[in-house]
Design a protein around this ligand. Structure first.
Ligand SMILES: [Zn+2]
Length: 308
């Protein structure tokens, strides 16, 4: 017997299952596009929420592999948290359209757009999508500034309370706790990086701009000629020349970026490749936002100390 039609029906039936709202399941079903937003949602939601991330910690947030299971997850969600500023433009819109869930539709209380309260950096004055640049509305990698994480946490708490008013006091208390932790840790991180104010760094993608701005590090070049465009030999040659001239000794690379390319540049410029991740869980011991930032700050501080 051919079970394919049955599987198809089962799949459609799964999509048609009535939404399990907070009143029925007990917990708010929260879906974040990437694990960094999921980690903050867990801090704010605590026991009142069940949080899933669509992207894996080791996936490039611009280019996530869209799967049928994502549609089911979105279909059952009470709240969706996305980074916004077109971070997920390449993969989220078709998933959302297929999931047809009014609770998380644009403008609904169950739809959080992280970038909304953020002062975006690198907003282009003119933009030509044909050139392939994926940062069309400014730089969407804003969570590596801890003060931006506080802004996003506030947005999340606000939306959780609207969707699930009975737990509003819990969300407010968790937000207060999160903010206090960030304030204390930020003071520590600023102190750790203070000796390296003005230090020059190269990154693979334009993904540490907000970190540079917060901690006084200069990101002088990127291995990608434009965000989302693979490094070309001509561009890499320019980067190597610049790194030698300006004595840049550190290249930051995330797990999904091409480490081999970075190693080649490092060999020719007397520098080191640093493995850092912006997604909790991509590197061991970084499951929370604070652990993740701790890891980023310490990795950079240690490398700059060596280079001094
Ligand atoms: Zn990017």
């Amino acid at each position: 017997m051919n079970i394919l039609p049955l599987l198809k029906i089962a799949a459609i039936a799964a999509l048609a299952v009535p939404h399990t709202g907070p009143e029925r399941a007990g917990k708010l079903n929260v879906v974040a596009t990437t694990p960094d937003f999921a980690a903050i949602a867990r801090e704010i939601g605590g026991d009142a929420v069940d949080v899933k991330a669509l992207a894996k910690p080791t996936e490039d947030p611009h280019f996530v592999d869209a799967k049928p299971s994502h549609v089911v997850t979105l279909n059952h969600a009470d709240v969706l948290i996305e980074g916004g500023a077109e971070l997920e433009m390449g993969w989220l819109p078709p998933l959302l359209e297929t999931a047809r869930n009014p609770k998380i539709a644009a403008g609904a209380p169950g739809h959080v757009v992280g970038s909304q309260g953020i002062r975006m950096l690198e907003i282009p004055t003119s933009f030509d999508r044909a050139k392939g640049d994926v940062h069309s509305l400014g730089n969407p990698h804003y969570l590596v500034d801890p003060l931006n994480a506080k802004i996003v946490a506030g947005e999340i708490a606000d939306h959780f309370s609207q969707v699930d008013p009975k737990s509003a006091a819990l969300y407010a208390a968790n937000l207060k706790k999160f903010n206090a932790t960030i304030d204390a840790k930020l003071a520590e991180w600023l102190k750790l990086l203070a000796p390296f104010k003005g230090a020059k760094i190269v990154t693979y993608h334009k993904d540490f701009v907000y970190l540079g701005e917060r901690f006084g590090l200069q990101i002088v070049e990127n291995l990608e000629p434009k965000p989302g465009i693979a490094p070309s030999p001509a561009h890499l040659a320019q980067v190597i020349t610049l790194m030698k001239a300006q004595k840049v000794h550190v290249i930051l690379v995330q797990p999904f970026q091409n480490r081999k390319t970075a190693e080649t540049v490092a060999r020719q410029s007397d520098s080191v490749v640093l493995d850092v991740a912006q997604q909790p869980g991509a590197i061991k011991g970084t499951d929370t936002y604070v652990d993740l930032m701790d890891s980023i700050v310490r990795t950079i501080a240690n490398a700059l100390k060596e280079a001094k």
